[in-house]
Structures are given as structure tokens and as C-alpha cells.
Design a protein around this ligand. Sequence first.
Ligand code: GLN
Length: 538
Amino acid sequence: MNPSAWSIAQIRAGLLQREFSAYEVAAAALATVEDCDSTIHAFLELTPQLALKAAAALDARLAAGEELPLLAAVPIAFKDNMNFEGTHTTCASRMLADYISPFTASCIAKTLAAGALPLGKLNMDEFAFGSSTETSFFGCTHNPWDIQRVPGGSSGGSAAAVAAGLATVTLGSDTGGSIRQPAALCGVVGFKPTYGFVSRYGVVAFASSLDQVGPFARSVADAATTLDAIVGHDPLDCMSQDCMIDFTASAKRGAAGGVDGMRIGVVRSFMEAEGVSDEVLTALEEAIAHLAGLGATIVEVELPNAKAALSAYYVIGPCEAFSNLSRFDSIRYGYCDPNSRNLDELYELGRAHGFGAETRRRIMLGSYLLSSRAYSTYYYPAQQVRTLITQDFQQAFEQVDALITPTSPRTAFRFGEIADPVSMYLSDIFTIPINIAGNGGMSLPVGPGKTSGLPVGVQIIGPQFRDENIFVVAAALEACYPDIARIAPVDGRVTESCYPDIARIAPAAPTAPTAPTAPTASTDPTVPTKPLNGRGGV
Ligand code: GLN
């Protein structure tokens, strides 16, 4: 059995009927990762002892007659920028390759309190800079639908693990699209809440005014349940907010036809943007037609300043990253270069050899942009643009209840296909404006693209703090695609469900996976390779 291929409701039903114990779920889920992850490389570390301990504790709670908590026995895994006491938290960087967390991030702690079983830590772009997971020091993660392609990024491990049936749900972080873009490329649901709904405490900061944690799942309902477990005010994150939304109820309302009478906005300039592939546009137009068919009113809206979002992001993001990453100085944290002969060399060589190229690029950029002359030319205007974009969204949401746009301009690309950093940055043109404004956004899979056969996602955006609208629209739309495969075969095998009732098991991959050609480790031959699936585990 592979419980990681089941839905949260199925796991719950099995536990209630005593078909299996939480301990059995943990053991089976861990065995599937051991068996299948060498092809995908979604995991950087497996935590069998922690999963089995959590399962035994849950079994004891149930034996004592306690009610099942929200995420009872749900196999879960976390992006490797989330601190989890006793595990490595590497941010997929050489800089933190040996760092072991002395504490646990609030988002992880909440899932554990809700009864989830922690399988391990997931691969990502180094420090969350990237859109393909190719910048990981520990090697790429492969897209389960075609292992010669990227899973997206930066939360590529989180998306691939769910798509391959290696976890029921996972957590990722999204600063400019890092949950939604990999969700789209891997054909799963990925949700970035309104800024402040999920605590950032214990998540290694990239850009503090943009970072948000959110779930990956194979259904809107599972994303909703996971979110219900992790949202809410946390005294340890000064920007965190109370959240009164019942996401599970919103998803149920949507699935029961809840979009009738809703106004849904389409952004013409996004659909006409350069570089959007025909198959992405076709899938978006089909989704819009489904919503109209369900009784929603489709309204054209404009976001006139959104075209400046990418430029503002690549000023604000690097500035905040430069400041946040200053702590990695080889003294307080991080890789110490053995060849350094004095204090200056300790800093210089530690950063030169501890950080990868993209991370160094962001730090250099941020350092320049915050210098006194560049500040008024770039940083200050970028903040003004941010205000204008936020106002654009506010005005749009006076006319509509939700927006629908493409998530990513195109489907999953091949390893190495996008070598130029600026072209890579364009992967996020539709997701970045939402982080800039602070709203919530979800990527929902709408089936294989007509040309590539690879997953396509649409993005649903809601007004700030009204993320329930997104779940209503997404659940209604999801019901229009009952036959979409949500679990990709690994090595030709589907990590099968013992419950035949879910129609979410792939009949076959759109592109038959062949031997991987992508690098599975850093291309720098002098760099030691971290073994797949772990470092002994916790
Ligand atoms: N791809 C974007 C970047 O590299 C977004 C990353 C993210 O959301 N963490 O900055």
C-alpha cells in the first residue's frame, strides 16, 4: 500500500475503520520514498524516526479515545528552508550543508500538532532563488511527468513529491511564484495565501515582505484542510494575522456549484503577453468557458501597472535578500573555507565557495541597489510601483470576486534549456504581481497541454484576506476536470492507491520517462555530492 497516494479523507476513513494504524501508514509511506525517490530526487533528507515517533504518538492518542485531528496520519514533507528541530535545513546550499536546526518552524509545528507524519525535507533552488530547482547544490529534482524536464521552482521538490505520490501534501514557500509555478509544471494544486495568513517564523527568509508559506496537494480539498491546520496569528511573526476563514467549507461550497453569480475577472494584457504558449492560452480559455457554464459572470479587468511588477520584484527581492543573507558569514552560520588565512578571506572565500552563482548574483544586485546613489534611482521607485500595483488589484477587486490568469507562460522545460537568468525570471511574470500586492493565489491543474501533453495550471487570485473566494472558484473548476491524472508513474509504476474510488491515478505518463540525462549533482566536480535520500535520517 502507498498511503501517500491517498487523499486526506481516505486516510481518515481508513483510520476510523481501523483498517490500518498511523504507524503502518508511516512505515508504508517511508518505504515508497525509499523505493521511488532515486528517480525523482524530491527529498534531501528522510526523517523515518520522526515519522514513526509521530505515528506512534497518534496511535496512542486514538487508542485513548481522542478525536482524529485535522491531519491525522497524513504523510507530509517540507521544503528544506523550513527549520525542523534535529534535521538538516540546508536551503539546498553548500553554505548550510551541515546546519542542523535547533528549533522548529511554526508552520511545521502546526502540522505535527494536527497529527501529520513528517517524512522529510525537500529539494529546492538554493535559498529559493530560481524557477527550476536547477540551482540546488545537491542536484536537480526531476519532473515526475517527464524526468528529462524540470519540476519548476523554487519549491520543485515539494511539487514533485506530491505529483509522484511520495507525500499526500507538502509545504513550500512562495516569494514570487515558488509554490504556484512548480505546482503548474507538476500538475498539482499549489496555494500561496494572502501575505500574513501563515507564520514565517522558522522559515529561512528570502524577501521578508514577500515570503509566504503554503500547501501543495492533489486536490483543492486537501490543500484546504492543510491550510486550515497552518493558518493563524503567531506571536513569533510580527506580520502574521488572524484568519477566520474555513477553507474546507469554502472548497465544499465551490464543489457544490458555488460560483453561480460570482464575477470572475480576466486580464487581457496577461493573455496577450509575449511568450505565452498557445496550449497554455487554450487551457485558460477552456477554464474560463467552464466557469461561465457554471453561472459565473466573466468580466474583463485591467492591471495597468502589472507589467512593471517583474522589474520592481528584481529590485525589492534582491535588496531584502542581500540583507537577510548577510547572516551567512562563516562565523555565525555557514560554510568555512579551509583555505582562508585571515578574517577577510574567511568572509570572501566562505561566500565565494559557499554560495552558488544565482545566490551571489542576487546578493551583488541587492548590495548595489541599496547603495546611496542607486537607492533613489531604483529602490524608492520600485516601492512606488509596488503601491501602484497594489492599487490596481484593489480596483480590479471592486469589480470582481476573483481573477483567473495563466500560472506559467509555458509547460515544464528541459534541464539546461533556459540558461539566461533574465529568461528564467520571465517564468514568473504572472505570479510575481500577486506577491508584490500581497494577495492570495492558487495554481490549479487543468489537464495536459494540447501540444506537449505536459501539465498546465491556471492561476486563481482573490482579494486580500478573502482567500475563501479562491477556494470556491478552484473547487468548482476542479469538478469540471474529473479525469485529470494527478499522480505520475515513477519508473513506469504508479505509486498506486488501495482505494479505487479516486479518479486521480494516471493511466500513463504523457511522455514515457526514459533514462535521466539531467545532472543529478552539482556540475562543479570539486564539490562533494550529497547522497540522494539522505544523511542517515533522524
Ligand atoms: N523564481 C522567483 C525568483 O527566483 C521566485 C522565487 C520564489 O518565489 N522563492 O526570485
